[in-house]
Design a protein around this ligand. Structure first.
Ligand code: Z5A
Ligand code: MG
Length: 213
């Protein structure tokens, strides 16, 4: 039996990642499951939720970074078993968010390499779709500004870091596994049409051996 594919949607805040990953899982069901990061339902996720929603909860940048990574390691084995059982797993944020948001803080010593280190060994997606946006589109969407990190200035720093990380990816990954969708000014259905196209293309290719960060 062929293994399932690991499909990731990444992007800045309020670009529609949760909307689109949910629609994608509906489309691929019953052969697909959604995993959203951060997973706020675990004990580690509870701490992350507190950090994001309560500005009086102080943690060093290094510590919260490691918690986000630990939150991915918590489900790493379960995720692999699902793929081996033939289920496609759709991810709503993952390692790239982890690196981009932390590196965008410009804390001394926390460069891209430092930020990626704790995630090394996690499975790498068969398909990563990054939602490209302009800051003015999403800062006006529902809920923007409710949590830590949700300011336009910080989002611009994060955008830069995402592009630096993708630029640094190896050429083979960029060519075959990394895709961008410009979501600016597009409706939910228009974006989903493009997501579906990229995913269908990827699903037609046989799954190769696993790739790792
Ligand atoms: N973070 C981190 O620092 N390190 C890590 O390792 C990870 C995350 C994994 C919380 O993440 C924070 O954690 C986040 C990154 C950081 N930074 N902040 N703040 P989260 O994923 O839990 O965040 P969220 O609260 O779910 O928001 P979001 O993911 O940014 O939103 P979204 O999923 O991209 O958007 P959405 O919920 O699908 O849509 C937002 C609204 O826009 C909603 O009302 C939709 O109906 C609407 N929408 C969606 N698409 C469209 C289109 N095309 N047109 C018009 N309106 C639309
Ligand atoms: Mg979301």
């Amino acid at each position: 039996m062929a293994r399932g594919k690991l499909i990731l949607i990444e992007g800045l805040d309020r670009t529609g990642k949760s909307t689109q990953t949910e629609k994608l899982v509906e489309l691929l069901k019953p052969n697909a499951e959604l995993i959203k990061f951060p997973d706020r339902s675990t004990q580690i996720g509870g701490l992350i939720n507190q950090y994001l929603t309560d500005s009086s909860f102080i943690l060093p940048d290094q510590a919260i970074h490691l918690l986000f990574s630990a939150n991915r390691w918590e489900v790493a084995e379960k995720l692999k078993l699902k793929l081996l059982a033939g289920t496609h797993v759709v991810l709503d944020r993952y390692v790239y968010s982890g690196v981009a948001y932390s590196a965008a803080k410009h804390t001394e010593g926390m460069d891209l390499e430092w930020c990626l280190q704790p995630d090394k060994g996690l499975l790498k997606p068969d398909l990563t779709i990054f939602f490209v946006n302009e800051s003015k589109d999403t800062t006006s969407r529902d809920g923007f500004g409710d949590e830590r990190y949700e300011t336009s200035a910080f989002q611009d720093q994060v955008r830069e870091k995402f592009f630096e990380i993708f630029e640094a990816e190896d050429e083979a990954y960029k060519e075959s596994h990394l895709r961008m969708i410009n979501v600016s000014g597009k409706s939910i259905d228009q974006v989903f049409g493009e997501v579906r196209g990229l995913v269908n293309e990827n699903l037609q290719e046989d799954a190769i051996g696993f790739m790792y960060f």
